[in-house]
Design a binder for this molecule. Structure first.
Ligand code: S3P
Length: 435
């Protein structure tokens, strides 16, 4: 495994008392951190990024930004990205590590830049489908090749001029949308993009904040006008990641008498749908917005309010796709049979999350049913087991939270560093964690 330092097994003790926590230091948002580092390259002035996620995935992106000629100045929690006058053709491969977002967005960004670029990643990323960005990018003139006719990394991009396009995406993916928007910024005319239902929109918000002419119409069509000149630099404080915070939301919702406040977190509606589901299951939720710059930001308070009830999840899947593993733990202790449908995308995440989550649930004594596009979870009572993360950070953290109820050993947890390096230290405020 190239990215993660070592395979680590972690043991979590069951909680012996309710907890009340205020979390000021949930990991900064991964999606926004990737984009902030990359988009800084679209300006000719330095971008200031406070609270950049120092996780493996986003540090890989930052390293690639440097390989492309930027200078990165680090000062504690703040980084400044000084873009080069023109992007440099790197003299080595660009390693995205475990990050699908990194690889797919760089495909879009680099396709329109003169030069030769090779994108690679760890063994998990090299097995994930890239055709979803490669095919539409090729159709607008990008020259990309790779294993399996360009579906698998390493990918070789020979950047050059791109055409304007009109593209209706068959999948709701912010990564695909972002790759195409980045390509459109270098296109020969105005491009239009639409997805079936809105995926997370950080790219549109941030690029608009940098002065790009990107308009989203009522009917969902996004119009992208190519950049006539470099964009304004970013000046951004990255909020906490709602997907990371969600592990603690589930913890509070399942441990009787507990509550947690996640401070300074993105309240972007396309990111907090899983919290709404938790509310539907019976937890008590409060959202306090206090700022809106590129994104609405505030606190989320979650409190236990009785045994959770089963829920059916089949809509707005793109808005909660990353939270489904943790939500499966809430479903496992809920009263009744919960279902997740229309979520076939789970199969091509950092692991096949339908397989890895169900495998773990079965090991802890929870009955499940598997569908091609989701699963059913029959609520019951979990028991301690040794669960494999399959190298997937969100699976590792979900079963660690399950450990609060019954104790757990989770193996292969080094992957947690990709998105939430201080996860176990925060979990250690609730129970004993043996690293
Ligand atoms: C992300 C988009 C989502 C999400 C991933 C991050 C992003 O993937 O699962 O963790 O930053 O754009 P898809 O857009 O492929 O659904």
């Amino acid at each position: 495994m190239s990215g993660h330092a070592a395979i680590k097994t972690v043991t979590i003790d069951p909680v012996d008392a309710p907890f009340a926590l205020t979390l000021h230091d949930v990991a900064p948002d991964k999606s926004i951190s990737h984009r902030a580092a990359m988009f800084a390259l679209l300006s000719d002035h330095p971008s200031r990024i406070r609270n950049f996620l120092l996780g493996e995935d986003t540090l890989n992106t930052l390293r690639i930004v440097e390989q492309l000629g930027a200078t990165v100045v680090r000062d504690d929690g703040e980084i400044t990205v000084v873009p080069p006058e023109t992007l440099r053709e790197p003299d080595d491969v660009l390693d995205c590590g475990n990050a699908g977002t990194g690889m797919r967005l760089f495909c879009g960004l680099l396709s329109g830049i003169e030069g030769s670029f090779v994108l690679t990643g760890d063994r998990y990323l090299r097995g994930r489908p890239m055709n979803r960005v490669v095919a539409p990018l090729r159709s607008v003139g990008a020259r990309i090749d790779g294993r399996e006719s360009g579906n698998l990394a390493p990918l070789h991009i020979r950047g050059g001029s791109l055409k304007a396009f009109v593209y209706e995406s068959p999948i709701n993916s912010a990564q695909v949308k972002s790759a195409l928007i980045l390509a459109a910024l270098r296109g020969s005319g105005v491009s239009r993009y639409r997805e079936l239902s809105l995926s997370r929109d950080h790219t549109e918000r941030m690029l608009r904040g940098m002065g790009a002419d990107i308009r989203t119409a009522e009917d969902g069509w996004i119009e992208i006008v190519p950049m006539a000149a470099p964009l304004e630099p970013l000046d951004i404080a990255i909020p906490a990641d709602p997907s990371s915070g969600f592990f603690f939301a589930v913890a509070a919702a399942i441990v009787p008498g507990s509550e947690v406040t996640i401070r300074n977190v993105s309240l972007n509606p396309a990111r907090i749908e899983a919290y709404r589901i938790l509310e539907q299951m019976g937890a008590r939720l409060e959202y306090i917005e206090y700022e809106s710059r590129y994104e609405p930001v505030g606190d989320i308070h979650i409190a236990y309010a009785g045994k959770l009830q089963a829920v059916e999840v089949s809509e707005n899947i793109a808005w909660l796709i990353d939270e489904l593993p943790a939500l499966a733990i809430a479903m496992a202790v809920a009263e009744g049979r919960s279902t997740v449908r229309n979520a076939a995308e789970l199969r091509v995440k950092e692991s096949d999350r339908i397989a890895s989550v169900l495998q773990g649930l079965n090991q802890v004594g929870i009955e499940t049913e598997e569908f091609p596009d989701g699963y059913a979870v029959i609520g019951g009572s979990m028991h301690a087991a040794t669960v494999d993360s399959y190298g997937d950070h969100r699976v590792a953290m979900s079963f660690s939270v399950a450990g609060l109820m019954c104790g757990m050993e989770v193996s292969d947890t080094a992957c947690v560093d990709t998105s939430f390096p201080n996860f176990y230290s925060l979990l250690g405020q609730i129970t004993k964690v043996h690293l």
